[in-house]
Write a protein that binds this ligand. Structure first.
Ligand code: PEP
Ligand code: MG
Length: 868
């Protein structure tokens, strides 16, 4: 038969599954010879057996085991349970694997009855004390087992004048109990214990506990253990008391104990807030020996557990007892500081330090967030959390309105159906961007992440009428100028102005991330193109730029005009004029890039999007453009119509544009190389430009474009009499490119996986429309998660493995990176680590997280290799 109960001496800290967190740690403390009141634990297996039965009763076997353990406890303590002159009183507490404040509370003083209360009074020579304990027991038993509010009994009397008063009070308590429960208050201590144990087991399925588990992702199948422990009394005398203490400050991580205590009180008094506790440092004056012992034990526990501890203790008549220890909860700031200090003190290794931190923690430290209280408010709509952070501001429905409101000094939140390149100025002045449509790789999402602006996309329940300046949601309407609060980390939008926690700048975090870099085997680069973003990427620790999307350089008003001129030009000379203008602008951009980056690697991608993205579709806007460019309105409309594509994502994009309109790529390559030559000469360094061709699917198309670039570069070298190393590589974002990776590697200098397109094309899901069905797919578990956010290892990952392995096999020197959005996602990074990939590249604001994730992935992979 399986053993279902364990004495404290029998367990250990690793047995949390079986004994619950609290129980396992009591065992550990007992075995460290710390002063722990004796006791035993009923296992989670017993709970699971109990809950699995139709008729909820304790099995005969379990009752026999419990009774046996009580006898053992009687022997150990030299007391007797429920009878006799020296009664054994116990506490009964629930304790699951994970701490669950939503579950049942504690019952204290179990074992008291109408007889043992007198024995306790006699032994302690304190009748008031004994009867108060009895009152408290009846009250807690009624509350915890039968849900009878403690207030029904009134406050426990502090003492009585008449000797006989206590009997009346108890009799009154028992009457209240009987009236509310329909049964007499049990006098048999074994019966009391059985009822209490059943109540703890049943509490596993109470509503509060279920909700808590759902919120915290805790399995419903774990069950709870029950800890039964000999009582010690913090309310026994003037030199008794109880308290809680952290071994370091849980808010800041600062070294030094932090906690509070109450004299002549039990733990519940602190929790209930009936009396105001004192700071722990004052115990040093009042009870120096106890204080010294407490500190010594706390430090021993911290060392033993290699982590900050949260301990509970009781002092009974000047003697210290430890009642609980666990790894203390802490703020993200404290978590980083504590782990770093413990590593410095030699308590934990660098690997453990890295594994202790999580990406959520770092994200919370890097971005503002709403306070916990603020987040209790109901959200009006929810979308996809496209770019983290939190922002409060007034709604604007057009980029123009956003700019105007911002110029007047307002904090603005741009709310659109979806954004387009034309919105860029309005986006850049906004505190947050919200769109009704679009997924995690939509224009709004990609641009906002690049800018580090908080963003929520795909809010399906929001109907935006941009012209009227209103948006409807299920329960109301938003108008221009209304205040909203946007949580880019959860995707929730709230009405009004929620309270914010500012982001922290932490020097310790910087040190920790440096340690991460030393353990990582993949580098982290940034996806950035503007000077602001590039500086941000470097500040966040990027080792270079893995993807500069040149199309993002055309969005300023004047440049957009010239780009339109280029596309719509009806004769060669106008086209050349536009090309010259754009080239000069691009060159100046690249000069700035190289100036900031120096010799750091920088991969510049040639123009990718379809040309019609630079043009509006609206006829009146097209007429205005025609007027501005001095062109015929009808002809412009006809041209735009001819450029329009049924499926632009699969149309004239990327390398196809380079083939059909070679002048644009040639202009870009000339601008890149001229800028590199100039800055190399100016700074006396050798810049090695990395030119990247997007959406390649055949060797021939890559070759044609590469040769054309090469020709431009050769011409430039000849003309200037100078030289510079350079590389021409390809994005791998088409499944076919993966399948012919060996052939591509023979002609390309490097690969960079564009997982946004690779995912789109592998699944056949439009990256801009997938948000409409992905929630259903993940809800029905057809997909484990959104593959645009978390790499699909089985399919897309398989293609990546095939391509990277074959590519490197063909050309050992081939550098391979990942620059799609999953390059900043920790779960995806863990997988990418198993491929022959040299770096990941992501939005600047994801870089610290990616650095941590790369270090974790390297450590995990090393362990895996050692095991093999
Ligand atoms: C990609 O497809 O993963 C990529 C990085 O390119 P873009 O998102 O610009 O299409
Ligand atoms: Mg792409």
């Amino acid at each position: 038969m399986t053993k279902l109960t364990y004495r404290f001496q029998e367990g250990k800290k690793e047995w949390k599954d079986l004994l619950g967190g609290k129980g396992a740690n009591l065992c550990e403390m007992t075995n460290l010879d710390l002063p722990v009141p004796n006791g035993f634990i009923i296992s989670t297996d017993a709970c699971k057996n109990y809950l699995a039965q139709e008729e909820k009763t304790l099995s005969k076997g379990l009752i026999a085991e419990i009774n046996f353990q009580v006898k053992e406890l009687e022997t150990l303590t030299n007391k007797s349970f429920g009878i006799g002159l020296n009664p054994l009183l116990v506490s009964v507490r629930s304790g699951a694997k994970y701490s669950m404040p939503g579950m049942m509370d504690t019952i204290l003083n179990l074992g008291l009855n109408d007889e043992t209360v007198y024995a306790l009074a006699e032994i302690t020579q304190n009748k008031d004390f004994a009867f108060q304990c009895y009152c408290r027991f009846i009250q807690m038993f009624a509350d915890v087992v039968y849900n009878i509010p403690a207030e029904n009994f009134g406050a426990i009397p502090t003492g009585t004048k008449e000797k006989s008063d206590w009997e009346n009070i108890i009799s009154n308590y028992q009457k209240i109990f009987a009236r509310a429960t329909g049964r007499k208050f049990p006098q048999d201590a074994f019966e009391q214990l059985q009822i209490a144990v059943e109540a703890v087991f049943s509490s596993w399925n109470n509503q509060r506990a279920k909700v808590y588990r759902r919120i915290h992702n805790i399995s419903d199948n774990l069950g709870t253990a029950v800890t039964i422990q000999q009582m010690v009394f913090g309310n026994y005398s003037e030199n008794s008391g109880t308290g809680v203490m952290f071994t370091r400050n849980p808010a800041t991580g600062e070294k030094g104990v932090y906690g509070e205590y109450l004299l002549k009180a039990q733990g519940e008094d602190i929790v209930a807030g009936i009396k105001t506790p004192e700071p722990i440092c004052t115990l040093q004056e009042k009870m120096p020996d106890v204080y010294a012992e407490l500190i010594e034990i706390a430090m021993q526990l911290e060392k033993h557990y290699c982590d900050m501890q949260d301990v509970e203790f009781t002092i009974e008549a000047g003697k210290l007892y430890m009642l609980q220890t666990r790894n203390g909860k802490r703020t993200p700031q404290a978590a980083v500081a504590i782990a770093y200090d413990l590593m410095k003190e030699g308590v934990i290794s660098e690997e453990t330090l890295i594994n202790r931190l999580d990406e959520e923690m770092i994200a919370q430290l890097m971005h503002p967030s709403f306070t916990n209280d603020a987040k209790k408010k109901a959200a009006i709509v929810r979308g996809l959390p496209a770019s983290p952070g939190a922002a409060v501001g007034q709604v604007a429905f057009t980029a123009k309105a956003a700019k105007e409101m911002s110029d007047k000094g307002s904090q603005v939140i741009l709310v659109r159906n979806e954004t387009s390149p034309e919105d860029i100025e309005g986006m850049s002045v906004s505190e947050a961007i919200v769109t009704a449509r679009g997924g995690m790789t939509s224009h709004a999402a990609v641009v906002a992440r690049g800018m580090g602006v908080c963003c929520v996309v795909g809010c399906e329940d929001l109907q935006v009428d941009e012209e009227k300046g209103v948006a409807n949601f299920t329960n109301g309407i938003l108008k221009t100028g209304d205040f909203i609060s946007v949580d880019g980390s959860s995707g929730r939008i709230y009405l009004g102005q929620l309270a914010l926690n500012e982001a922290e700048t932490s020097a310790v975090l910087e040190k920790v991330l440096k340690i991460c870099d030393a353990h990582a085997t993949m580098a982290v680069y940034g996806n950035a193109e503007t000077p602001r973003e590039i500086k941000e990427a470097l500040l966040k620790g990027a080792k270079g730029i893995g993807l500069a999307r040149t199309e993002h350089m055309f969005f300023q008003k004047e440049r957009l005009k010239m780009m339109r001129e280029l596309i719509l030009a009806d004769d060669r000379s106008r086209m050349d004029e536009a090309l010259v203008y754009i080239k000069e602008k691009q060159k100046s951009d690249f000069r700035q890039m190289y100036q900031i980056l120096g010799k750091l690697p920088c991969t510049i991608r040639l123009l990718d999007p379809p040309l019609h993205e630079f043009l509006p579709q609206d006829r009146s806007e097209l007429r205005a453009i025609a007027k501005e460019l001095n062109l015929n309105g009808q002809e412009v409309i006809a041209k735009v119509k001819s450029l329009a594509e049924v499926n632009p994502m699969l149309g004239l994009r990327g390398v196809r544009l380079g083939i059909t309109c070679p002048e644009i790529y040639q202009m870009q390559v000339a601008a890149i190389m001229e800028a590199a030559l100039e800055i190399s000469a100016q700074e006396k360094i050798t810049i090695t430009p990395h030119i990247m061709i997007p959406l390649v699917g055949t060797v021939k198309e890559f070759r044609i474009v590469k040769d054309s670039c090469q020709e431009v570069i050769n011409g430039l070298f000849e003309k200037t009499g100078t030289n510079l190393p350079f590389e021409i590589g390809t994005m791998i974002e088409i499944p076919r490119a993966c399948l012919i990776a060996d052939q591509l590697a023979a002609v390309a200098d490097f690969f960079s996986f564009g997982t946004n397109d690779l995912t789109q094309l592998t699944y056949g899901y439009s990256r801009d429309d997938a948000h409409k069905f992905l929630p259903t797919y993940t809800h029905q578990e057809i997909l484990p998660s959104d593959p645009f956010q978390h790499l699909d290892q089985e399919g897309v990952g398989k293609l990546m493995r095939f391509a990277s392995e074959n590519g490197k096999q063909e050309k050992e020197s081939l550098s391979v990176g990942v620059c799609g959005e999953v390059g900043g996602d920790p779960a995806s990074i863990a997988f990418i680590q198993t491929l022959p990939v040299d770096y990941v590249s992501c939005s600047p604001f994801r870089i610290p997280n990616a650095r941590l994730a790369c270090a974790k992935a390297a450590i995990a992979n090393k362990k895996q290799l050692i095991k093999l």
